[in-house]
Design a protein around this ligand. Structure first.
Ligand code: TYD
Length: 212
């Protein structure tokens, strides 16, 4: 039997802040677990040293250049793939499914505003240590709804530098551009995240069923 037959699946959940990634990831995880699929939940930025620095910058506590931030996210992603203790590769090779909240699509959309998209693409898609997911689900929500949900769920001092309406509008456009440019070479599924939790969950389940 080829080795790949035993490999777990790598699923990425993307979307604007507030699109429901965490809730939907939890539901999807439960559904897969109930089918006997072992699931590992990860998120980027990770808890690596690189990931921690990304968070310091996002919160405004630390200042670095935009290109440095793009490199930090990418370095964090490489560590995330190759880590011998909790890496994506390791888990997939054990046959487990990894669901990751955000991946290189976020770098292309968020950092692509500030630094060259071609540079970011070659850094991420051209890197042999950065794996292409089996499925990327993009939870799509209007920036207005996204902002409403962010405000309802957080204190004002917890809202990060990327969370304002104009910014979300431009990020959504960026995500669309990124998805359009990758849709022929990757398995990306855009899912309408404006619905009840159950409605969105069953849209996601349909997309996920197609890769098992
Ligand atoms: P966080 O609050 O950790 O999680 P989330 O909003 O996904 O629930 O925020 C992560 C932030 O990091 C989010 O605003 C998007 C940003 N980000 C980038 O700018 N580039 C990246 O490559 C990644 C992975 C995230």
């Amino acid at each position: 039997m080829p080795v790949s037959a035993n490999m777990g699946k790598f699923i990425v959940i993307e979307g604007l802040d507030g699109a429901g990634k965490s809730t939907q990831t939890e539901i999807l995880t439960e559904k897969l677990l109930s089918r006997g699929v072992k699931v590992i939940n990860h998120a980027e930025p990770t808890e690596s040293e690189f990931g921690k620095m990304c968070r310091e910058v996002l919160s405004g506590r630390k200042k670095i250049t935009k290109s440095q931030l793009a490199l930090l996210f990418t370095a964090d992603r490489i560590e995330h793939n190759v880590s011998a203790t909790d890496g994506i590769n390791m888990h997939l090779q054990s046959g487990d499914t990894v669901i990751c909240d955000r991946y290189y699509y976020s770098t292309l959309a968020y950092q692509g505003v500030d630094v060259g998209i071609d540079w970011l693409k070659s850094l991420n898609l051209g890197c042999e240590d950065i794996r292409k997911p089996d499925l990327c689900i993009f939870l799509d929500l209007t920036p207005e709804k996204s902002m409403e949900r962010i405000k309802a769920n957080r204190n004002a001092d917890e809202i990060e530098i990327y969370e304002n309406l104009e910014y979300l509008k431009s990020i959504r456009k960026r995500f669309y551009n990124v998805i359009n440019s990758l849709k022929d070479s990757e398995n990306i599924c855009v899912i309408n995240a404006d619905g009840t939790v159950d409605e969105v969950a069953s849209r996601i389940e349909k997309a996920v069923n197609a890769i098992y």
